[in-house]
Every structure is written in C-alpha cells, then in structure tokens.
Design a protein around this ligand. Structure first.
Ligand SMILES: NC(=O)c1ccc[n+]([C@@H]2O[C@H](COP(=O)([O-])OP(=O)(O)OC[C@H]3O[C@@H](n4cnc5c(N)ncnc54)[C@H](OP(=O)(O)O)[C@@H]3O)[C@@H](O)[C@H]2O)c1
Length: 364
C-alpha cells in the first residue's frame, strides 16, 4: 500500500466533495490502486486542519460538517489538530510538510483564488505533485503559466469540462502526435442553463436571477456573464494544443454592457431587466430559423471567439455541455466529448482521478 500525503487548499463545494470521496472511496482506492491518501492538511481562508499522520476519516467528515454549518474548516483550532492560534500562510502550510519529513506529497488547489502561483512553484520545487481545479494560474500570463503545461507532476483535468475526460483526451491526442486544428465547445454549465431558460421564453433577467438562486453562478454573476471563466478554459485548451494564447487573443462577447461593470451586485441584478428585450429579439430571430442560442467557444489557429451563437435546435449539441476536437486524425468528423453539465461531485472526481493518476504514473 502506498501512503500519499495530501494538502488540500480550499474546502468549498469541490473541496468538501473531494474529502467525502476520499473517505467513501478509501477501500476501493486501496483495493484497486493500492493507494491510501492521507489528508495531512485542509485549509480554507480562515483556518487550517493539520495532522502530519493524516486526518482521520472522522476528522475529515467533521470538517465537511463544520463547513456546511458555515464554520471554518477547523473551528476547534488547537484541539482538533496540532495547530493553534492564527492560521499560517499557505506558503507556511506547504513548508510544514518537509519539516514533518513528509515525502511524495500531492498539493490540491480547489480554491478559486488568483495568485496561487508561488504555492504551485514551491510545491514543484519540493518535488511534490500538484492537482488543480482552480484555472487561474493556468490562465495567467503565458510567461508564468507556461511552466505548468506539460509538467509531469501537474494535473488539471477538472479545469475544463468539470470532470469529463477533456484534458486527458487532449493529452492523448497530443501524445500520439495528432495536431489539433480546431476546438469548439459549450463550456459553461451556468450559461448553458441560462440559454436553456431563454429557449423556454423565460426573460434574461429572470434566467440570471434563477441561476443565481440555484447557486449556479459565482456570487457576482458578471463573472459568468462576462465570459471570463470560459476564456480561461479556452486559454487552457489552446495552450495545451500548442498556441501560447493570451487573454487578448480571444474575442469575447459579454452578455452585459461595460457600463454595468461598476454597479454593485444588487444594482446589477435589478438592472438586468434592461437587457430582456434585446435578448428576447435575438432568441426570436434564432427560433425563426429553427435555431437556439448557445454560448459557444471556438478556437482555431491560435485565435478564439467566445459568445452567443445560433445552433440548430434539433442538434444534439444544443442540449449538451460538450467539447469537440478537430485534429489530424479527427479531421472530417470531430472527436466529441459531451454530457450533462458538471457539478461539484464530478469536478471532485476529476481531482481524485488526477491524484490517482499522478501516483499510478509513478511521478513520485
Ligand atoms: N463548482 C464546480 O462545479 C466547479 C467546476 C469546475 C471547476 N471548479 C473550480 O474549482 C474551484 C473550487 O470551486 P468551488 O465551487 O468549490 O468554490 P467555492 O465553493 O467558492 O470554494 C472555494 C474554497 O476556497 C477557499 N479559499 C479561498 N481562498 C483561499 C486561500 N487563499 N487559501 C485556502 N483556501 C482558500 C474558500 O474558503 P472559505 O470557505 O473560507 O471561503 C473555500 O473553501 C474553483 O477554482 C472553480 O472554478 C468548480
């Protein structure tokens, strides 16, 4: 049995699902892969649970319970773990591991934070593996992000497709020398939901409000409506495919005008009603041609566009979160990966799969 220490940054929706899957899958992972993941650290913004021998399953479930009650991951700092007082910095948390003589550690970033690059760099410097669901470091300026692509100790399946095997598939195409010509996809579950509501005659403002109430959007829905998250995914795919894209290389259609960027979230939610009529007209114009509007990302020859596109209503792609690759071998008929929009469980499963992959591929 290989015991693998794990440091988890972020105990939100995905982080909690990951901890639960580690606990629930412990026996299966042991039998099938002869791996035991020992979560030595779980950190949210305000607290840290740390146990160099590995937090027990009861402690991990306690962390999930605390988070679900709106408490910090470690509400009993100093009793539940060996750390008391102020939460150490992420850099200090990382350095607890070599100090505790831990080896072959996997560092997981399931935060949504910008600025995690120094943590990733330090983890790589220590010889650790890194698994990212957080896209921000991979979609940062190419000068810093380029070190993270094709790195043997970095995995990031869940950054695109939310757990569907998109990154693994692209990696296989590239590893087998199949050049990528074109990538297209409906990459946002949130915008897919909103477009589906528009099909049914729901107004844009109501669709956005519903998506927010259902917890599908970021706390500020402009993060989704502006296409920023989709741009990050396009940059990750494009960069993997060999195009050193910067954000400026992607033409994006924001679903709200720039003038609404300075509003508070509450003001923005009230003002979205002004967008209802123009959007209704676009939906109707598409419907007159037998089409529906979908928020589609297209990438070819190092240039990308992200925005609303009319696609035939009877096309299977109209109702799928999908991604298609046209490559040397998949030239006439694209390679298609699609399925239901992902959620935290699928995203966490993608992270867990990456952790197993790192160990199985002998990266340690
Ligand atoms: N949700 C999905 O379906 C999905 C799909 C694909 C990819 N992702 C990506 O997965 C990541 C996590 O998503 P999520 O839905 O779990 O987000 P979330 O619910 O907002 O959770 C984020 C977690 O990160 C913690 N955090 C923030 N800053 C931190 C820091 N500096 N150090 C340590 N922890 C920090 C937060 O702490 P507090 O709890 O104290 O606030 C929270 O626990 C994001 O990057 C997201 O884009 C999510």
């Amino acid at each position: 049995m290989k015991r693998v220490p794990v440091i988890v940054f972020g105990v939100g929706g995905v982080g909690q699902a990951l901890l639960r899957q580690i606990v629930n899958g412990r026996l299966a992972t042991a039998v099938r892969n002869q791996i035991q993941f020992d979560v030595v650290a779980a950190a949210d913004r305000k607290s840290l649970a740390w146990e160099p021998e590995g937090l027990s399953d009861a402690q991990l479930l306690g962390i999930i319970e605390a988070k679900q009650m709106g408490l910090p991951a470690n509400p009993e700092s100093g009793r539940q773990t060996r750390i008391s007082g102020e939460r150490p910095s992420n850099r200090d948390i990382l350095d607890f591991a070599p100090a505790a003589e831990l080896e072959n550690v996997i560092v997981v970033d399931v935060t949504a934070q910008a600025g995690m690059e120094p943590i990733i760099d330090r983890a790589l410097q220590l010889g650790y593996g890194v698994v990212l669901a957080n896209k921000k470091a991979l979609a940062g300026p190419w000068e810093t992000a380029q070190n993270y692509f094709n790195h043997p100790r970095i995995r990031h399946e869940s950054t695109v497709g939310g757990g569907q095997p998109v990154i693994a598939t692209l990696r296989t195409l590239l590893d087998t020398n199949d050049p990528i010509y074109r990538i297209e996809g409906q990459l946002s579950g949130t915008l897919g939901f909103i477009c589906g509501q528009l099909d049914q005659g729901v107004s844009f403002s109501q669709a956005v409000a519903q998506a927010k109430t259902n917890g599908f959007t970021e706390p500020d829905p402009r993060e989704d409506l502006g296409g920023q998250d989709v741009i990050r995914k396009v940059m990750i795919l494009g960069r993997m495919a060999g195009w050193p894209l910067e954000a400026a290389d992607i033409v994006v259609e924001s679903l709200y005008p720039a003038a609404m960027a300075a509003l508070s979230v509450a003001e923005f939610m009230r003002e979205t009603a002004v967008l209802d009529e123009p959007m209704r007209q676009r939906v109707e114009a598409a419907a007159a041609e037998g089409d529906v509007l979908r928020y589609v990302a297209e990438l070819e020859a190092g240039r990308g566009t992200v925005g609303l596109k009319a696609i035939p209503a009877n096309s299977p792609l109209a109702n799928l979160k999908y991604i298609s690759f046209r490559s040397g071998r998949y030239h006439d008929e694209p390679l298609l990966i699609g399925g239901k929009g992902a959620g935290v469980e699928m995203t966490a499963a993608g992270v867990l799969g990456d952790m197993i992959d790192l160990v199985r591929e002998g990266q340690f």
